[in-house]
Ligand binder design. Structure first.
Ligand code: PAF
Length: 284
């Protein structure tokens, strides 16, 4: 596995592979790998002759009071994991090589970026789109793999790729969870033992809504209230950021579930220093 640190090196290597007729799959990450990242790499590996994993804690997707400086990092361990999972290149650029001091160009999908996580992170998806577009252009990747935990992110990126005719195929992998149901996240390290003990309640609440929907409850207000009542009892250390039910593609709010049309229930909850997100598909 090569470790490349500049956009120029990455572009040159990818150009050479394409010239040799080799296709490329890209796995964009911010590092501090857990089994969720490993599952993305394992999904990606057989999809193309070459696999590029990028590791960049992208500053433009963090808000002014967010955890950019504290975001956990362990490049040495990450490199060993990426190599073990078959990466041909691990791309670890520094901030200066990705963003000029007078960087002024942004990629944005406003329609899908302002609800859900965008409500409390208004510039987040603009940062995600911009950095992912840079990675698409540098690698000219044929495929790219993202996780379903960041449902809104992959919906935004799919729209970006469609609207800008980017010739890349996006694949989304299922959420990887701890045995007790907590979705894996690099940010889980922020949780205190007490918060960690309550955190699986996020998923349990969503599962309760799914069970109600499966038994025929179509009213979103009733489904939402059922989750909130549970959380008021069992998630006392959490502060709700949002709990919403939306169309999985347009991310527009839904009031009533309809037969044959799954809806996405998505949430974000702050627990101490962590902000946890999770989601589930509800089917009537
Ligand atoms: O999902 C992430 O880890 C990041 O948002 C991504 C896609 C690597 C862009 O920085």
């Amino acid at each position: 596995m090569q470790i490349l640190t500049t956009p120029q090196e990455l572009a040159a290597q990818c150009r050479q592979w394409h010239a040799q007729g080799e296709d490329i799959v890209l796995v964009p990450t911010m590092g501090y790998y857990h089994a969720g990242h490993e599952s993305l790499m394992d999904h990606a590996r057989p999809l193309a002759r070459r696999m590029v994993v990028s590791l960049f804690v992208n500053p433009t997707q963090f808000g002014p009071n967010e955890d950019l400086a504290a975001y956990p990092r362990d490049h040495e361990r990450d490199a060993a994991i990426a190599e073990r999972h078959g990466a041909d290149v691990l791309f670890i650029p520094d901030e200066g090589s990705m963003y000029a001091p007078d960087h002024a160009t942004w990629v944005e999908v406003p329609e899908l970026s302002h609800g859900l996580c965008g409500l409390s992170r208004p510039t987040h998806f603009r940062g995600v789109c911009t950095v992912v577009m840079k990675l698409f252009m540098l690698t000219q990747a044929d495929r790219a793999v993202f996780g379903q935990k960041d449902w809104q992110q992959q919906a935004v990126l799919r729209r970006m790729v469609r609207d800008l005719n980017v010739p890349v195929c996006i694949e989304t992998c299922p959420i990887v969870r701890e045995a007790d149901g907590l979705a894996l996240s690099s940010r889980n390290v922020y949780l205190t033992p007490e918060e960690r003990a309550q955190a699986p309640e996020l998923q349990r609440g969503l599962q309760a809504a799914r069970a109600l929907a499966a038994r025929g409850e179509a009213r979103v207000k009733v489904l939402r209230d059922a989750v909130l009542v549970r959380w008021a009892e069992f998630l006392t250390l959490g502060r709700l950021d949002y709990l919403a039910v939306v169309d999985p593609e347009s991310l527009q709010p839904v009031d009533m579930l309809e037969p044959g049309r799954p809806a996405l229930m998505a949430c974000a909850v702050r627990m101490g220093k962590a902000r946890l997100i999770d989601n589930i598909l509800l089917t009537l």
